[in-house]
Write a protein that binds this ligand. Structure first.
Ligand SMILES: Nc1ncnc2c1ncn2[C@@H]1O[C@H](COP(=O)(O)OP(=O)(O)OC[C@H]2O[C@@H]([n+]3cccc(C(=O)O)c3)[C@H](O)[C@@H]2O)[C@@H](O)[C@H]1O
Ligand SMILES: Nc1ncnc2c1ncn2[C@@H]1O[C@H](COP(=O)(O)OP(=O)(O)OP(=O)(O)O)[C@@H](O)[C@H]1O
Ligand SMILES: NC(=O)CC[C@H](N)C(=O)O
Length: 636
């Protein structure tokens, strides 16, 4: 795990305009705060050594000299800290003054990066003092206490798998921020030293810039802006601090703090690197970089993080913000129903056939079909719902199936598979008393045959019900429920199926249907292929056999999203589910997941069409091209 996570900080120290001793003291205080929190990187605002609002005082050698001395002091201070410190200071080079980010590590300046774009419009008039740095590459600079310091916009600071890049405030506001080139050349953590003033709603814009740049760069973005103690001659600065990763804001402060402030977050760099490997466009755009970066290597002792306080969602497929529920559910149903609608209109079919078991998947499929038919103004009687009791069908699921189909106004039919299966056992010479996989699959295949043939007879399309979790685990019968003419749930994992059914029950249906949907949600997940127990209840509970779906969905998400290693998935799962499962249980189910995932690829290779809904899909045409003969040995 050592190479995966790093704790980083963004700080806003108190400042006294042009009072370098005061500023240095507060910068040191912030470094101590970040250090105590276990942070390995601390980013400070633009020109934090002098303060941003010094104006023409920047032209005074006395200020510049004191600033250089402060950098030396900070270098000495940094010797005892296992931390990369990035502060802002004015730097004089060949009679030009640059507005710079200075990277300090263990007593030395690793490199100095000038601001590329100097804002000189509206409230900004920085060109009066500073030279733009975008053409500064391949240079070195001498300071009184250290010679040959790498200087330029072409610097990457690399330690292990963590690669840092620096840009300064306005650089993020331009059409092509220099951090784009830094990211393309390997920087996975961008540090922005900023002095961005507050105007009504400007913080929203700033937040979206930061989050957007972290998404485009497939990187983390640490943003630190100057605070309320800057000069208020014309402007107020709010000390906005943000830490973002691949489009999400991980941490943000309350602006307008009057004291020293540090925010800290854990960055998952292997996830970012994983995203990059699979993003072809990211790799292709490397060719657009106008210069080649220099890499400055250093060694940061990033011992395992002792307090892992990053939030890891247990159910990554389900929205964790209640306010998002409605929008998310509507969006998902829109994707599903419009996908099915296209297939219906293209085939000019006005009927659908679906097998209804009283289980979750077929319920969701039916809800999608209903929404589709309603949208296309096709009467619901054209939806042929079929319940097909077999050896394991319980009264509970049967009654729910009947009630659901009738109350939703569909054409409802009941076709028992018992006689057909008994005949089939005779035909293939299988004893009805041997409850093995043949016994189970005969039933699933009999049902599929009925549905397929009925679809032909009625001139309809057989809508498949299988969900993403079942596909991941191969928990379906090959050429049985695995096959259909169009599959609407193929990209919906089980945790989300449950959530969607719950949403419809809560908000969209009458009391009678609500009661049925709630009961379906509370029924143990089961294929009901084995005979009922003595009391007539479900004997074959899927989650007892394959493991909890919430764990499998968690494993699937991390395995597919960024190619997380076995060790990392285990680490994350043990953290997220520490109050729910014993560590050994999690390991056992992960082993099972990996084995089943690899062994069932052949089922996914022959998958019917169906829409991708979330970021994860297992379609053999799109998201997952994997050999059906691959060994899982490397993933144990
Ligand atoms: N790599 C490969 N390439 C080509 N073929 C391969 C293969 N690996 C196995 N096979 C063949 O495929 C067979 C295994 O596949 P399959 O015939 O499907 O059978 P199998 O996966 O063993 O059984 C299906 C399982 O899914 C469960 N199920 C069924 C229906 C619905 C649900 C549900 O809850 O939704 C669950 C059912 O309880 C049963 O345990 C092997 O016997 C072998 O012949
Ligand atoms: N008794 C049944 N009557 C009609 N169709 C059935 C029956 N049992 C299974 N099927 C069909 O086979 C599909 C696969 O069965 P499975 O048990 O996996 O799904 P489910 O019961 O809808 O959902 P869950 O897996 O969440 O219990 C069902 O969605 C349904 O279309
Ligand atoms: N200091 C800067 O470069 C600030 C410029 C930036 N456009 C802003 O408005 O916040």
């Amino acid at each position: 795990m050592k190479n995966s996570f790093i704790k980083v900080s963004s700080a806003c120290p108190k400042t006294n305009v042009s009072d370098i001793a005061f500023n240095l003291e507060n910068i040191k205080n912030c470094i101590n705060m970040a250090h105590e929190d276990g942070s390995k990187v601390c980013v400070f605002p633009e020109l934090s050594i002098t303060s941003y609002t010094c104006s023409d005082l920047f032209l005074h050698n006395q200020l510049l000299k004191a600033s250089t001395e402060a950098l030396k002091d900070l270098c000495d201070f940094s010797i005892s800290k296992e931390m990369l410190i990035i502060v802002g200071a004015p730097i004089l080079h060949h009679s030009c003054l640059y507005n710079c980010g200075v990277a300090i590590y263990k007593g030395k300046i690793l490199g100095i990066v000038p601001k590329s774009y100097i804002p000189n419009y509206s409230e900004f008039y920085e060109k009066r003092w500073f030279t733009e740095g975008f053409e500064v590459v391949n240079r070195e600079i001498n300071l009184s206490f250290q010679k040959n310091i790498p200087f330029g916009v072409d610097l990457l600071f690399k330690c292990d798998t963590f690669v840092f890049g620096i840009e300064i405030c306005e650089d993020l506001w331009v059409t092509i921020p220099p951090s784009s080139y830094l990211a393309l050349q390997g920087a996975n953590i961008i540090c922005n030293l900023s002095a961005s003033n507050e105007l009504v709603s400007k913080s929203d814009y700033r937040r979206s810039l930061v989050s957007n740049q972290s998404a485009r760069g497939l990187c983390s973005y640490i943003f630190s802006s100057a605070g309320v103690h800057e000069s208020t001659t014309d402007l107020l600065f709010g000390g906005h601090l943000l830490i973002s990763e691949n489009g999400s804001i991980l941490k943000e402060n309350e602006r307008f703090q009057r004291d020293n402030e540090v925010i800290t977050s854990i960055i998952d760099v292997s996830k970012l690197n994983g995203e990059r490997i699979r993003n072809m466009s990211f790799r292709d755009s490397l060719k657009t970089c106008p210069y080649q970066c220099r890499t400055i290597e250093f060694t940061l002792n990033n011992k395992a993080i002792t307090s892992f306080d990053r939030y890891i969602a247990k159910h990554p497929f389900v929205p964790n913000n209640k306010n998002e529920t409605e929008t998310r559910c509507k969006e998902i149903f829109n994707i599903q129903k419009n996908a099915l609608a296209k297939r219906l209109t293209h085939t000019n079919l006005k009927k659908a056939v679906v097998g209804i078991s009283g289980g979750l998947d077929s319920t969701l499929a039916l809800l999608v079909i209903i929404k589709t038919f309603d949208m296309l103004n096709i009467p619901r009687e054209n939806i042929i719902t079929v319940t097909m009791p077999g050896f394991g069908t319980t009264d509970r699921t049967y009654n729910n199936a009947v009630s659901l189909c009738n109350n939703l106004g569909c054409d409802f039919r009941e076709i028992s598979i018992v006689d057909a299966c008994l005949q089939h056992f005779k035909d293939i010479g299988h004893s009805v008393d041997i409850h093995d996989v043949t016994y189970e699959n005969v039933q699933a295949r009999e049902r599929t045959q009925i549905l397929m043939d009925l679809a032909n007879k009625e001139g309809g399309i057989l809508v498949g019900t299988g969900d993403l979790s079942e596909l991941a685990l191969g928990w379906c019968t090959f050429n049985g429920d695995h096959m259909s003419m169009y599959s609407v749930n193929c990209s919906i994992p089980k945790t989300l199926v449950r959530f969607l059914v719950q949403y419809v029950a809560d908000y969209e249906v009458s009391e009678t249907i609500k009661t049925v949907l709630y009961d379906i949600n509370n029924t143990p997940v089961s294929p009901e292929l084995l005979p009922k127990d003595a009391e007539g209840n479900i004997s074959q509970k899927t989650e007892d056999i394959v493991g909890p779906y919430e764990l499998h969905d968690f494993f699937l998400y991390h395995f597919m999203k960024s190619g997380a290693s076995y060790e990392k998935i285990l680490f994350l799962a043990k953290h997220a589910f520490k109050e729910d499962y014993a560590p050994d249980q999690i390991t056992m189910w992960l082993d099972k997941f990996i084995k089943r995932f690899f062994n069932s690829q052949f089922k996914r290779s022959t998958l019917p069409d169906g829409p991708k809904v979330g970021t994860i899909s297992l379609s053999p045409r799109g998201d997952l091209r994997m050999p059906s003969d691959a060994s899982y040995n490397t993933w144990q």
